[in-house]
Ligand binder design. Structure first.
Ligand code: DUC
Ligand code: ZN
Ligand code: ZN
Length: 472
């Protein structure tokens, strides 16, 4: 099957050009001058499918490097499966995810990973890779961790939060970071001071402060800044490359920027919710509504300037990319578990479908350039997680993961409008986007076109990843 995407504006992380993209099977064969007749060969007459992208952007498919399909959390599990979550991703122009395989406390790491493979295999609409969550750092799991590089899993996550669940203490963090330094695997860190948070949670509940709003009060920015600093120092000591996930506090970014200015291999991501939403408007919504936006790290106060600072940091590369931390729960039967006690609300927001659009709105509003949009949603995630060349770029030989994005289109986000995630509300209800995902190709196959889903579960393959391509 040969496809030609003609007359589009091909946008990369470094520039834009009017070009035709020729796809042969699953990969990109050529990027050509528009209307190209190649050594006398009329390309358009010799392909099976022609997609006219005149007036539209042609970009590499989005890579969401932080998702949690079916994550067990708070006595329930994230409501999107690999099937429903990757389908929703495709609707929104994301063609690769990297999900977190979970090792729970007391479980062998290999068993946790095997479970994730069996949950994902044959289910995904788009390609997928894994990071490994280390839920129990010990001699045996550290040995198993070393073996993951050969299996194409080149990054792992630890939690400085959630004591008794996913938590690693400083000694465990240090030991795992030594393996990271040794192997080149990227240490990913949930940087919040969990033990301190838990004290504040108990004190707030004892004072009768049980609403979702207090989730944000207990998880104060000081505790994100402190943990971020501690993680950086432990990485500094061990030589581990460090990637801090879901950064929401401006002060945490300042820690990352200072470490980067010292030349350290320290990186940070943020998520759409921290760019747009706030403690007051969302967590503080009337009644129990705020539960919709309970996630960790939490949404921050709009009066403290975090949101603007995060946008700025994306522009200046103090933050390198945007993932979703997609971890949806329904209100009914799931978020409701925390009625009368905010600490029992399962943590997570669903955004996998809207990340490309929400970030594109940042282009429309002059916060980031068109090229930076491609960079932070696709090219950098590819490089950060060892996929670049195959993914994150429109160039000969790369997988034909391509989005045709219409800057003259419009997307109204809402539960009864553009909603394909398996959750009973939209965390983005009412958001209006001045752009539209028109066509999505995943390894050469049209999976979204003409407002229809044309993919199938099982189209997506497991990606064995190389080490981060930011390290030398
Ligand atoms: N944060 C969330 O909001 N959900 C899942 C895990 C996490 O760290
Ligand atoms: Zn986390
Ligand atoms: Zn997460």
């Amino acid at each position: 099957m040969k496809t030609l995407i003609k007359n589009g504006l091909v946008v990369s992380s470094t520039g834009r050009q009017l070009a035709d993209v020729l796809i042969d099977g699953e990969t990109i064969a050529a990027v050509l001058a528009p209307g190209s007749v190649l050594l006398g060969f009329d390309v358009e007459q010799n392909v099976d499918v022609v997609i006219d992208a005149a007036g539209k952007y042609v970009i590499p498919g989005g890579i969401d490097a932080h998702t949690h399909m079916s994550l067990p959390f708070g006595g329930t599990a994230a409501s999107d499966t690999f099937e429903t979550g990757t389908r929703a991703a495709a609707w929104g122009g994301t063609t690769t995810i990297i999900d977190f395989a979970v090792q729970t406390f007391g479980q062998r790491l290999e068993d946790g990973l095997a479970k994730w493979h069996s949950m994902a295999e044959g289910e995904c609409a788009i390609d997928y890779g894994f990071h490994q969550i280390m839920g129990d750092v010990n001699d045996e799991s550290l040995r198993a961790l070393r073996g993951l590089v050969d299996q194409g899993i080149t990054s792992f996550k630890m939690f400085m939060a959630y004591p008794g669940v996913f938590y690693s203490d400083d000694a465990q963090v240090l030991r795992a970071m030594q393996v990271s330094a040794d192997t080149g695997m990227l240490t990913m860190m949930h940087a919040e001071n969990g033990p301190a948070i838990d004290v504040l949670v108990q004190q707030l509940l004892a004072e009768g402060k049980t609403d979702p709003y207090y989730h944000g009060i207990a998880r104060a920015w000081q505790l994100e800044e402190e943990a971020t600093h501690r993680a950086i120092m432990l990485a500094d000591l061990t030589g581990a490359p460090l990637y801090v996930v879901h950064v929401s506090a401006r002060q945490a970014v300042e820690q990352l920027a200072a470490a980067r200015d010292r030349g350290r291999n320290v990186f940070g991501e943020t998520c759409p919710q921290y760019l747009y939403l706030s403690l007051e408007d969302n967590l503080g919504a009337p009644g129990f509504e705020g539960a919709k936006w309970v996630c960790s790290t939490p949404l921050r106060s709009k009066h403290e300037g975090h949101q603007d600072y995060l946008w700025q940091s994306l522009r200046t590369n103090d933050l390198q990319l945007v993932s979703t931390d997609h971890c949806p729960f329904c209100m009914k039967g799931q978020k409701e578990l925390g009625l009368g006690d905010f600490s029992k609300i399962p943590n997570g927001i669903g955004s996998i479908e809207h990340r490309m659009d929400l970030l594109y709105q940042g282009v429309v509003e002059g916060r980031i350039s068109l090229e930076r949009w491609v960079e932070i949603t696709s090219t950098t995630p590819a490089r950060m997680f060892g996929l670049y060349g195959r993914k994150g770029v429109i160039a000969p030989g790369a997988d034909a993961d391509i989005v045709v994005y219409d800057p003259n289109g419009h997307t109204s986000i809402g539960y009864n409008k553009t909603h394909h995630m398996n959750m009973d509300y939209s965390a983005w209800e009412g958001y209006e986007i001045d752009g539209h995902v028109d066509t999505v190709l995943a390894r050469g196959k049209r999976v979204i076109d003409g407002g229809q889903y044309l993919g199938a579960k099982g189209d997506g393959r497991f990606l064995r990843r190389d080490l981060s391509q930011y390290l030398i």
